[in-house]
Design a protein around this ligand. Structure first.
Ligand code: HEC
Length: 125
């Protein structure tokens, strides 16, 4: 018999390794929904607006990447990746892992921030 603590430890280790082996699924089930209210400040902090036009964000009028108008209802991210909250958070966290060689740089955005930004982008319909 395994004691409950051992069992719990094994279960959490399995969960961690399973997550690590699944590219494109950085956001776990418990972290599915980000906080959209943090989005605008984070978008300013990471200066997404230097490359993107983003509705509702003052000064976000960049023209390096596509405008993010109605990105919340777009079918594909970057024309390749199915648009879902998980995939969007993953894209923001590391666009080079999501679609190697595309022109959006990896900016070292932590997963939580990426999810909050994704939640905000989903309000753009
Ligand atoms: C240095 C410029 C640059 C910065 C900074 C940047 N992006 Fe991008 N982004 C791009 C480019 C270029 C693309 C187009 C990639 C492609 O389609 O291959 C893109 C694509 C995207 C897309 C997909 C758009 C679509 O129409 O499918 C989203 C969403 C996005 N960026 C969000 C962000 C967010 C959020 C930030 C800030 C955290 C950010 N970007 C910062 C250059 C940038």
């Amino acid at each position: 018999m395994m004691c409950p603590t051992t069992r719990l430890l094994i279960a959490s280790l399995l969960a961690v390794t399973a997550g690590a082996c699944e590219p494109g699924k950085a956001a776990g089930p418990g972290n599915f929904i980000g906080d959209a209210r943090r989005g605008p400040d984070l978008i300013k902090q990471y200066q997404c607006g230097s490359c993107h036009e983003i509705p509702g964000i003052a000064g976000a009028d960049g023209n390096v990447g596509p405008p993010l108008h109605r990105i919340g209802t777009r079918t594909y991210i970057a024309g390749y990746i199915q648009n879902s909250p998980d995939n969007m958070a993953d894209w923001i966290e590391n666009p080079q892992r999501a679609l190697p060689g595309n022109a959006m740089p990896r900016m070292g955005i932590p997963q939580r921030d990426a999810r909050d930004i994704a939640a905000f982008l989903y309000t753009l319909k």
